[in-house]
Design a binder for this molecule. Structure first.
Ligand code: GTP
Ligand code: MG
Length: 148
């Protein structure tokens, strides 16, 4: 089954959006397979966003991610990478549709509340980085009510 890495960024944590965000993903039918509140250091954040290291906003992005605790999660379900990104909304909240997390709760691209893996390959890499212990050993009891 497909898994993705979704992280509530420091602004989302400080603004009290943890419950709302988890609730949206749960209600959709996705299944929570890992969760932790962690404050990461600069080398870790630089590793997570390594593919953006040449961007002019990179150091600001790293400052942002290490500015407070984040909620790192593993979510599981059919097409969870792509659908998770749809629920999150476009990177720049100015373009995110209302009804998406960023569309409903964010204004600036540099304070866009949440991260979601952009492909199965990056999801697997990010899950290994954030959860070296692996996902929780649990199974949804609702499976047959969500999948045909
Ligand atoms: P993530 O889920 O956080 O990875 O966002 P994304 O996949 O929608 O976008 P991308 O991976 O390209 O960029 C990662 C993060 O860098 C974004 O979520 C923004 O917080 C930040 N970012 C991207 N582009 C810009 C930019 O032009 N300016 C600023 N200040 N931040 C940016
Ligand atoms: Mg990205």
């Amino acid at each position: 089954v497909e898994q993705t890495s979704i992280m509530i960024k420091p602004d989302g944590v400080q603004r009290g959006l943890i419950g709302e965000i988890i609730s949206r993903l749960e209600k959709k039918g996705f299944y929570l397979k890992g969760l932790k509140l962690v404050t990461v250091d600069r080398p870790f954040a630089e590793k997570h966003y390594a593919h953006l290291s040449a961007k002019p906003f990179f150091s600001g992005l790293v400052d942002y991610i290490i500015s407070g605790p984040v909620v790192a999660m593993i979510w599981e379900g059919k097409n969870v990478v792509t659908t998770g990104r749809k629920i999150i909304g476009a990177t720049n909240p100015a373009q995110s549709e209302p009804g998406t997390i960023r569309g409903d709760f964010a204004i600036d691209i540099g304070r866009n509340v949440i991260h979601g893996s952009d492909a199965v390959e990056s999801a697997n890499k990010e899950i290994a980085l954030w959860f070296p212990e692996g996902p929780a050993n649990c199974q949804s009891s609702q499976h047959s009510w969500i999948y045909e």
